[in-house]
Design a protein around this ligand. Structure first.
Ligand code: GTP
Ligand code: MG
Length: 136
């Protein structure tokens, strides 16, 4: 099976959607949450996490937003969980996301799109080392 890094972004935490989003992940058959922590991210961590986006026009506001309040960081393990959480989340733009997905149900703004989920096995291993070094 696989493991993935999931972040509930500061908008999800501020809006009281932790239970809603964690619940959707938790209810998928056979998936397990194996680490979970409420944490405020600093720039150094975000620079590593979003290394692929450094220098893009949305990078600075993204880091500002992602450090604006606590996130929930968690590790989820299970069958095809990397693709599976991306499907639960929906596409990056919440207006383009289908209702029924997390972004489609709760989001409107591209930056404030509620959730991050690793996009490949390589990303998952890289991101797990950043957020849960002892665990990885
Ligand atoms: P993550 O799971 O958060 O990595 O989202 P993603 O994989 O769907 O998107 P991507 O990695 O391409 O971008 C990371 C985050 O940057 C997105 O989730 C958005 O919050 C933000 N973002 C990406 N593209 C844009 C953009 O064109 N404009 C703005 N304002 N934000 C963007
Ligand atoms: Mg991404």
């Amino acid at each position: 099976s696989q493991r993935t890094l999931v972040l509930l972004k500061p908008d999800a935490v501020r809006r009281g959607l932790i239970g809603e989003v964690v619940g959707r992940v938790e209810r998928k058959a056979g998936w397990r949450i194996t680490a979970l922590e409420l944490r405020t991210l600093d720039r150094a961590v975000l620079e590593q996490h979003y290394a692929e986006h450094v220098g893009k026009p949305f990078y600075e506001p993204l880091v500002e937003f992602m450090s604006s309040g606590p996130v929930v960081a968690m590790v989820v393990e299970g069958e095809r969980v990397i693709e599976g959480v991306r499907t639960l989340a929906g596409p990056t733009d919440p207006i383009a996301a289908t209702p029924g997905s997390i972004r489609g149900d709760f989001g409107t703004i591209v930056r404030e799109n509620l959730i991050h989920a690793s996009d490949s096995e390589e990303s998952a291993e890289r991101e797990l080392k950043i957020f849960f070094p002892a665990f990885a």
